[in-house]
Design a protein around this ligand. Structure first.
Ligand code: IVH
Length: 696
């Protein structure tokens, strides 16, 4: 397959101006250099000694320097260059970069296969579903956009909708082709995959960092992330990053696009990308589980870190029929390897107060290396969990950490618990404190909830700090340089009480802070000012309303269109927004019922923060205001299709039947919802009747 690789370069312009000989030689050199680079960086099978590559490279450089009109962006000489950037621009993805649901057990994988079969209405006697299996790379998701086969733009995943433009850095990665073979689709073509650093390269990189007196990286993933976020691409160029392609974006459709995931991977490989060599096509749940087992055995000897495997329904037509749930497609699942577990000792148990006042017990541990980083704190989740697990100071405990996940204490080894005459007096069970250790406000533990909360609100400095950190964070207002330590100082110095105070901070005020030179103060004020021009959904998210995450903030912005509409919305209005239920609606209403929260917005506006209202996605259609419940299998429509029709008609789909339900649309094997609708006297429709009413 790789032998047939076609490296012809796109037409070189300016041929006549520079004399045919130079142009021809340039084209020839590029073909050779691209071929050798592909063999070396993608196939791990060098065709020529490095010295030969270097000689040809220098020859090309020299021709290009005397004939600058022959230089093209896709030339192998044009990978590194350009001046450092001031900041990364943001990029809207052509189609959202979604996430994947996880499975941890064989049962969950079997349930995934079963769900796929059910949704696709396959009978028990139908043959097993074919799945494309791949490793789950432990790197960073990247989107690459090609125009007519030439690399144009690359971006990080970001929040899935908007990422950062890291094109210049990606150009330095030799396994990312700057131009594709002739078979590449014309027009716009998007490739998705993962940037990572291989284990051997990582070891070398850290050794080099250490020798140069620079900081070393905790693990390959962090090193890859740090390298990709360099504003100076000449630094990225020195980092041994690799790219693995695992799919295409939707804009990529062309006549030649294969109709299976396994076909796409082969095709991407023939276009010049590196794809996982350990991919496989398997049948049914048993095929998935044996792939998992195989990869588990191979994992230690792989060239790069993986944190699980990914299963995708192979046929793209079936993928489309399966549709999406929330932010993850239903045709794919990640089967994660168990998180790494190690032993440590609990030195102390403290509490931490979160942004919304949640009181979390945290174990301070003897430092221990787990899941690629050194851990000194691990969450105990809440006091009920802690009591259930019976974790005490002095205990030897099992600590678990997987990937980006917060480390947690799994259990205590009771037989290693230090014995003492005083027993629990020396090794007490930590109880939930009655008063907040930060602000002395009363701590509430509602009887039906596991989470205790400090009632101090923004009076509590801990909550204030967390709220400000959240406000400034990358996914929210993205205020560069306003990190944890500075937020803590600003709050402790009494300079900032709420996010609105940030916008009136001055350079002289900041200069009094610890280790804060005038230049840093100026930079911070500039960064804060830069955030004045906000995006409505990010501002909503930044406010830190309980239960309002990024996705909900986006939905609220899209459907309500303005901050005023949000502030004024009542529960009923909020519940019209897709995926907003009573709990979220209640959190929003309670948030804006507090005058100090509304005041923060007014004060921010007065200080120059502005945002653009959006054209509201008007909820309109024949069924506005109706709440509909779906149950059972409909003869023609899938669940998602029915839901889409209902929403397009302005109505809302609910998961449960109540007195507020208008209609229940019932299909075959409808169960308790059907009965409940009957008992409440709610109108029950079959598919045909439902479709008729949509046409009203
Ligand atoms: S497919 C809609 N395949 O996992 C699904 N993702 O949890 C699109 N990842 O950020 C992703 N290896 O970057 C896919 N073989 C693989 C993957 C993979 C790693 C990452 C991906 C994404 C994350 C989702």
């Amino acid at each position: 397959m790789q032998d047939a690789f076609d490296f012809s370069v796109p037409e070189v312009t300016g041929k006549s101006a520079s004399g045919p000989a130079a142009a021809d030689r340039t084209a020839e050199l590029r073909v050779l250099l691209d071929r050798y680079a592909h063999a070396y960086y993608v196939c791990d099978a060098p065709e020529v000694p490095d010295a030969e590559y270097d000689r040809l490279f220098r020859e090309l450089e020299s021709i290009e320097s005397t004939h600058p009109e022959l230089v093209i962006a896709a030339s192998p000489t044009q990978r590194v260059g350009a001046k450092p950037l001031a900041a990364f621009e943001s990029v809207s993805h052509l189609t959202p970069m979604l996430s994947i649901n996880n499975a941890f057990t064989a049962e969950e994988v079997e349930a995934f296969d079963r769900r796929c079969r059910e949704t696709l209405l396959l009978s028990d006697s139908a043959p097993p579903i074919a799945y494309a299996c791949e490793p789950k790379f432990d790197g960073l998701a990247i989107s690459l956009v090609y125009e007519n086969g030439v690399f144009q733009q690359g971006a990080t995943r970001g929040d899935g909708t908007t990422g950062e433009n890291v094109t210049l850095n990606l150009r330095t990665i030799r396994s990312i082709p700057l131009h594709l073979t002739k078979e590449a689709p014309q027009g716009r073509f998007e490739v998705r995959g993962e940037v990572l650093i291989r284990r051997a390269d990582f070891a070398q990189l850290n050794a080099a960092q250490e020798a140069a007196g620079e900081k070393t990286f905790a693990n390959p993933r962090n090193a890859a992330a740090g390298s990709l976020r360099q504003l100076d691409s000449s630094i990225t160029a020195q980092r041994p990053l690799t790219f693995f392609a695992y799919g295409i974006g939707e804009a990529a459709e062309s006549r030649t696009t294969p109709d299976t995931q396994s076909g796409i991977l082969d095709w991407l490989s023939s276009l010049g990308f590196r794809v996982a060599e350990t991919r496989a096509l398997v049948q049914g749940a048993s095929g998935l589980l044996s792939y998992y087992e195989q990869m588990g055995m191979q994992r230690p000897s792989l060239a790069y870190d993986i944190d699980g495997v990914v299963y995708k329904v192979d046929q793209r037509e079936l993928q489309a029929r399966l549709g999406f749930v929330s932010r993850a497609p239903r045709f794919v699942i990640a089967h994660k390897f168990p998180a790494e577990e190690v032993l440590s000792r609990v030195v102390e148990i403290d509490v931490q107060i979160g942004r919304t006042g949640a009181v979390t017990p945290v174990a301070r541990l003897e430092p221990v290396f787990v899941g690629g980083v050194t851990v000194t704190n691990a969450t105990l989740h809440n006091f009920i969990e802690m009591a259930r697990k019976d974790i005490r100071i002095g205990d030897t405990v099992i600590v678990r950490r997987a990937g980006d996940v917060i480390p947690e204490v799994v259990s205590a080894l009771i037989d290693r618990r230090p014995l003492d005459a005083e027993g629990q007096a020396l090794y007490p069970l930590m109880q939930c404190p009655a008063l907040c250790p930060e602000c002395a406000s009363h701590i509430e533990l509602p009887p039906d909830e596991a989470v205790a909360r400090c009632t101090g609100g923004l009076v509590c400095p801990a909550q204030r700090k967390q709220a400000l950190r959240h406000f400034a964070s990358r996914r929210a207002m993205d205020i560069e340089g306003l990190g944890e330590k500075i937020v803590d100082q600003l709050v402790e110095a009494g300079l900032v009480h709420s996010p609105a105070d940030l916008y009136t901070l001055t350079v002289p005020q900041l200069s009094v802070l610890d280790r804060f030179a005038e230049k840093s103060a100026e930079n911070l004020v500039a960064a804060i000012q830069q955030s004045c021009h906000a995006r409505l959904d990010r501002l909503i998210y930044a406010l830190g309303i309980r239960n309002v995450g990024e996705q909900t903030a986006k939905d609220l912005a899209r459907y309500l269109g303005s901050m005023d509409a949000l502030v004024q919305a009542d529960i009923a209005t909020l519940m019209q927004v897709p995926d907003v239920g009573p709990v979220v609606a209640d959190s929003i209403v309670s948030f804006f019922a507090e005058s100090h929260n509304r005041e923060v917005l007014t004060r921010m506006q007065a200080a120059g923060v502005h945002w653009q209202d959006l054209p509201t996605q008007v909820v309109e259609g024949p069924l506005v205001g109706k709440t509909i419940v779906l149950t059972g299998t409909l003869p023609h429509l899938s669940r998602d299709e029915a839901k889409a029709l209902i929403e397009a008609a302005g109505a809302k789909v609910s998961g449960s039947v109540s007195a507020k339900t208008h209609w229940v649309v019932a299909g075959e094997a409808a169960g308790s919802k059907f009965e409940k609708a009957q008992s409440l006297g709610i109108e029950i429709l079959d598919e045909a009747e439902f479709l008729k009413r949509l046409q009203l």
